[in-house]
Every structure is written in structure tokens, then in C-alpha cells.
Design a protein around this ligand. Sequence first.
Ligand code: AR6
Length: 174
Amino acid sequence: MSERIQVIKGDITKQAVDAIVNAANCSLLGGGGVDGAIHRAAGPELLEECRTLDGCKTGQAKITKGYKLPAKYVIHTPGPIWRGGQRNEVDLLSSCYENCLKLASRHGCATVDFPSISTGVYHFPLEKASVIAITTIAEYLKKHKEIQRVRMVCFDDRTKDFYQRALDDLGEDL
Ligand code: AR6
């Protein structure tokens, strides 16, 4: 098992890392789920900064400060809505993880925490999503030593079990 990728159960809004990722929507103006929790914990200044960003395309990412969060930055990425798998959902989800990590590198973030993007109200199948997330993160970390540690912060045991299995199946040391 790789120590640079970890899977934990927890609340991403409580993590004191360089950057947490927000599973946002294309407006970047807040929503429910993890997005709502991040905006509530960060305070209204986060929404003010998000208003200046002009939204974000699915699979892309934009960065803001963390405001009242213990994390220094929030990287916002709209994941794909699952529509059966024929709408480029797999590549778009992989792009979310890769583009967030690129932004983290560019902003000097050594520690990055992700939620399980798209597997809540966007209904991406969890098993597929977990494999895409772990393999995309692993590929990136191989090439980018500046990122020391990436964690999947899962809100429930079922989600955590899928990501842990995907990580164990990777069977690589990074
Ligand atoms: N910490 C970590 N994970 C969490 C937290 C938390 N505090 N709260 C929820 N999760 P979702 P999506 C988990 O629906 O599917 C929003 O309205 C949750 O259990 O938040 O990408 C946006 O504005 C699930 O495992 O995101 C978009 O409109 C995971 O986070 C839309 O939802 C993702 O669930 C995005 O949908």
C-alpha cells in the first residue's frame, strides 16, 4: 500500500491540510452535500470569491482561499452527472482529479484532501468512481514529487471501503 495515498473516514471541512477539494457544480455558487458543508464552514467570504470566478466547466477546477476553514485553499471541481456512462463521464471524472492536483502543484500545496466526487447526488457508481480516483491520483503522484500526500476523505463506511479496496488493488508503492 502506498503511503502517499491514504483513505480515511471523516469530515473534509475539519481537515487542516494545504487544500481540500469541493465537489461543486458548474455555477460554483454553492449547493448541498459536501459543497454546502464547505461553504457553511468557510463562511460567506468563500461565496464572495466564488462569485468572481465566472463558474467552471465539468472536469475543470478553480482555486480559492479557505477563509474560516482549517485548510489554506479550496479547489472547486464540478464532477460529471452520471447519465449511464456514454457521455464521457469516466474521462471527465478523471480530469477532475488531475486538474485539481495540477492546481495544487501550482499553488505549492503538498497535502490535498478529496471527497468522493460525483458519487452523491450526481450518482456516479461508487466502484467505478473509486478506481478512477485512485488510479488518476497514483499516476499524477508518480510524476509529481512535490505533492507529499493525498487523502480520500470519505463520509461513510461504505464509501471508505470502496476507496480502500481500490487503493489495495493498486498494489504499488509510490
Ligand atoms: N466531508 C466529506 N465528504 C462529504 C461531506 C463532508 N462534510 N458531506 C458529504 N460528503 P455530493 P456530488 C460526501 O452529493 O455527487 C452539490 O449540491 C457524500 O457522502 O456532495 O459530486 C453540488 O453543489 C458523498 O460521498 O457531491 C453539486 O450540485 C460525496 O461527499 C452536487 O451536489 C459527494 O456527494 C455535486 O454532487
